[in-house]
Design a protein around this ligand. Sequence first.
Ligand SMILES: Nc1ncnc2c1[nH]c(=O)n2[C@H]1C[C@H](O)[C@@H](COP(=O)(O)OP(=O)(O)OP(=O)(O)O)O1
Length: 183
Amino acid sequence: MSVPPGLPQNLSAFDEGGSGEWLPEAPLKLYTNAFVLHGDKILLGLKKRGLGVNKYNGFGGKVESRESTLEAALRELKEESGITAPLELAGTLLFVVPGEKWAHIDIFRAENYSGTVTESEEMCPEWFNQASIPYEKMWETDRTWLPLLLSKRPFAVRADFGRNSAENYTLRRWWVGVHSPTV
Ligand SMILES: Nc1ncnc2c1[nH]c(=O)n2[C@H]1C[C@H](O)[C@@H](COP(=O)(O)OP(=O)(O)OP(=O)(O)O)O1
């Protein structure tokens, strides 16, 4: 199966599922999402409001004008969890919903942090063992690529959803690619 539109074409398929045509192209909206690891733990946040409310996720949000995605990721991590961390790009995620801009999310990871983990207006942070990540309370595709982030394998994902209401998304089709190892 070929790489879906919107992703770098030099990827190898790692996982895919669902069916139907990929949704038509739309302008991009940039987001970030950051996952902090510490030993065998991972820091997740329970979203308290807005998109993805009541789901666990990394910490992130919209990229503001004149910000790089790394600057935005550092800002959002600090605002939402109280900590700073040496973030590195781990992969990208393209979330596609009919009639909306494509959400392009740069996903970051770090293996240490400084500061004190603190609850914010938007997120309730919680450490989980990496062996017991609460995938059933996360975005449906996270289980397909989070193991790649944990093993430091660069990835790119496209996930197309249908939408029944403001908070009711149905996953239609997804594709996870990895960069081929260089010889
Ligand atoms: N499908 C989809 N669309 C948009 N964003 C996401 C997803 N799936 C996700 O995992 N995410 C991530 C990307 C971001 O980390 C957040 C969404 O950010 P949001 O809370 O809307 O942005 P903020 O800038 O923090 O929000 P406000 O402060 O403006 O409320 O979810």
